[in-house]
Design a protein around this ligand. Structure first.
Ligand code: IYR
Length: 229
């Protein structure tokens, strides 16, 4: 009948086996590069080479996903009118968060970051990437014309990790912003009812003399335990 249940044809894996010395060098380099990434809250208004950003989004789309459903969509927004609408809607929700929806412990955990409901970066950053998760997809072969997606949160979370790492690798700073609730994004960006906003990522170059909180990352021993024979 349909080909949806058939096994996909296979082909040889393209895999580069590295020398151990090379592995060590890459491991050191990847940690050092990753450890330089900082969440940036103050962006220069300078525009970005969008072809670089598009490539990073393309890289994000290489993430593994449940049953290879690739349940993500990325909206790249540079239109100042849309950025303004997004800022206004996000600030409205964040005002409620900072004035009662977040509990006292949460508010005190956020204190070191100096965040509040005012979000100028949503307009100042030259671009926003709104990431959507697809709860289902239309598929003429599937019952009721809808195919299910699996492990959507995990899949889209991994894609966002790749996106942030790719942008960082290309010299673009990001702010992982999770205005909550963020249903306004699907409305403003005219996304279908199958999609829910997952993350809003202002991106750009840091503002000159940009400051970041002086925080420490956990040591390897704190985040990893090992079980060997
Ligand atoms: N969503 C709010 C609050 C906030 C929550 C976390 I968790 C942060 O790491 C930072 C902020 C906001 O974006 O302001």
């Amino acid at each position: 009948m349909s080909d949806v249940n058939e096994q996909a044809p296979s082909r040889p894996l393209d895999f580069e086996r590295l020398e151990e010395g090379q592995m060590q060098a890459r491991a050191k380099a990847v940690f050092e590069r990753s450890n330089k990434r900082r969440t940036v809250r103050h962006f220069s208004q300078e525009s970005l080479p969008l072809d670089v950003v598009r490539q990073c989004i393309h890289a994000a789309g290489t993430a593994p996903s449940g049953a290879h459903k690739q349940p993500w969509h990325f909206c790249l927004v540079t239109d100042p009118k849309l950025k303004q609408q997004i800022r206004q809607a996000a600030e409205k929700e964040e005002y409620l968060n900072y004035h009662g929806r977040m509990n006292a412990q949460w508010m005190s955990d956020l204190e070191p970051f100096g965040t509040d409901h005012i979000k100028p970066h949503l307009e100042e950053a030259p671009a926003l990437i709104a990431v959507f998760r697809q709860t289902w997809q239309s598929d003429p072969h599937a019952p009721k014309g809808k195919s299910q997606n699996y492990y959507v949160q995990e899949s889209v979370g991994i894609a966002c990790g790749i996106l942030i790492a790719a942008l960082h690798e290309c010299g673009i700073a990001t702010l992982t912003h999770t205005p909550s609730p963020m249903d306004f994004l699907a409305k403003i960006l005219d996304r279908p009812s199958s999609e829910r906003a997952f993350l809003l990522l202002p991106i750009g170059y840091p503002k000159k003399d940009c400051q970041v909180p002086d925080i420490q990352r956990k040591r390897l021993e704190e985040i990893c335990s090992e079980m060997h024979p």
